[in-house]
Design a protein around this ligand. Structure first.
Ligand code: C2E
Ligand code: MG
Ligand code: MG
Ligand code: MG
Length: 279
């Protein structure tokens, strides 16, 4: 097969590209049955308060275990589910499962815990999203501010006005929004100031080299200061070392998440982690 690109030159699929598209088709087909065959589950990673050391919130991270393909990373299958439209059903399952788990934890010793759920830009663009979210919160008897929807800057790429309108609606319903992977996307600061964003999540690519990269230290410090000026909280992602943590604390970052505290865990493991934190 040959494909004509914009400059009228033929480009042929290399064997590697061929293998990639075979894999993508295979995953897309397998994804179709994944929900009904109970192949999805959620892991949870704690977001630690840097002011009092408690688990303030947990992030739900989707896991797919396929009998033949094994564990497939969300970084690989989410884009495929987005292209095929399956992300809508999958995303609804994630939201329901995460809220059900949150309800259990809130009624069993963790009354102030909040749940962070990642949302695809495709889900975010559904006109029914705000209604769906409110209905599900009501279904579980959870207050709207117990949920944080993690968005990426990609939600505003095509239609910034529509994105602002959806954020306004969610905000009016009391739901919190976080900007995930902040600093890696294309949104402008003039857009950011119009977003109803509760918290900026500083991308792990800036956190990774905090120890020896002066530019990354400057960027992280600037993000924290900007967020403070805009009345937003900050969470650092991918915190793996004591040194990174010390710098973030010194700069006034509110929360941190990463292997230094905990990997993403199954629900019983995360519950055990939270109980240990209480003592
Ligand atoms: P994300 O939302 O930015 O999640 C953070 C990723 O960093 C997770 O990868 C997490 O396991 C990993 N991580 C956490 N702490 C550390 C650390 O200290 N060091 C390093 N190197 N990595 C760390 P994961 O679980 O593979 O998820 C990858 C991405 O897939 C997520 O990035 C998110 O964009 C997407 N994703 C996961 N679950 C869902 C979901 O339910 N819906 C949607 N739409 N996307 C999801
Ligand atoms: Mg996230
Ligand atoms: Mg992230
Ligand atoms: Mg990410």
């Amino acid at each position: 097969r040959a494909k004509l690109d914009g400059r009228n030159t033929f480009k042929f699929f290399t064997p590697e590209m061929q293998a990639q598209s075979v894999r993508a088709l295979q995953l897309e087909n397998a994804l179709r049955r994944a929900l009904e065959r109970n192949q999805f589950h959620l892991h949870y990673q704690p977001q630690m308060s840097l002011t009092n050391g408690s688990v303030r919130s947990v992030e739900a991270l989707l896991r797919w275990q396929h009998p033949q393909l094994g564990a497939v990373s969300p970084a690989e299958f989410i884009p495929i589910a987005e292209d095929s439209g399956q992300i809508l059903q999958i995303g609804e399952w994630v939201l329901r499962t995460a809220l059900s788990q949150l309800k259990t934890w809130r009624t069993n010793g963790f009354p102030h815990l909040t749940m962070a759920v990642n949302l695809s830009a495709i889900q975010f663009r559904q006109p029914q999203l705000p209604e769906l979210v409110s209905r599900m919160l009501a279904e579980f008897g959870l207050p709207p501010d117990s949920l944080e929807l993690e968005l990426t800057e990609g939600v505003a790429v095509d239609d910034p006005h529509a994105a602002v309108a959806t954020m306004d609606q969610l905000h009016a319903r009391g739901v919190r929004m976080s900007m995930d992977d902040f600093g890696t996307g294309y949104s402008s600061l003039s857009q950011l100031k119009r977003f109803q964003i509760f918290k900026l999540k500083i991308d792990q690519s800036f956190v990774r080299d905090l120890g020896d990269d002066g530019n990354d230290r400057a960027i992280v410090s600037a993000i924290i200061r900007m967020a403070q000026a805009l009345g937003m909280r900050t969470t650092a992602e991918g915190v793996e070392t004591e040194g990174q943590l010390a710098y973030l604390r010194e700069q006034g970052c509110d929360e941190a998440q990463g292997y230094h505290f905990s990997m993403p865990l199954s629900a019983p493991e995360l519950e055990a982690f939270m109980r240990r934190q209480l003592h």
